[in-house]
Design a protein around this ligand. Structure first.
Ligand code: ZN
Length: 151
């Protein structure tokens, strides 16, 4: 990766850390889960509104390092409007990217802005920070649906 690209990636991560997107609680969420990364102390709650298998809305709350927060912010940005299947597929691809399984010159087209995390593979301790939001999203979607009461 050339240094110009690396700098651009760092700027995206810093921007999402400073102004996280979808940083709120969704009161009408029908899926939610809490994620914790004890290695770094990152805590992230993920909230999802899923209708007809489509992620209509997604948000997060919590506190953690810049990588964990930027990753959660970008994830919510990427997953809104996607199907559950697409979300799970993107998770696998993202995980392969940050663990270096895609190699040195991965095709990043499908990953879109998530490509900014390509450098994480050089820092194994940071992989858990970058993947925390995704693991939490995955566990939220695979839990029993929370019953929404209108009473
Ligand atoms: Zn962290």
């Amino acid at each position: 990766m050339d240094s110009e690209l690396r700098e651009l990636y760092q700027q995206v991560i810093l921007d999402h850390n400073k102004s996280p997107r979808n940083f709120k609680k969704l009161e009408n969420a029908n899926f939610e889960a809490e994620g914790y990364n004890p290695l770094c102390g990152d805590r992230i709650d993920i909230f999802l509104v899923v209708e007809d298998d489509i992620i209509k809305d997604i948000s997060f709350q919590g506190s953690g390092c810049a990588i964990s927060k930027a990753s959660a912010s970008l994830m919510t940005h990427m997953l809104k409007g996607k199907s559950r299947k697409e979300a799970e597929e993107l998770f696998v691809k993202f995980h392969d990217l940050i663990t270096g399984k895609l190699g040195d010159n991965p095709s990043l087209d499908e990953l879109g802005k998530l490509a900014v995390f390509a450098g994480v593979k050089e820092f194994p301790a940071r992989v858990k920070c970058a993947s925390l939001a995704w693991h939490t999203m995955h566990s939220a979607l695979n839990k029993e649906e929370k019953v929404i009461s209108t009473e």
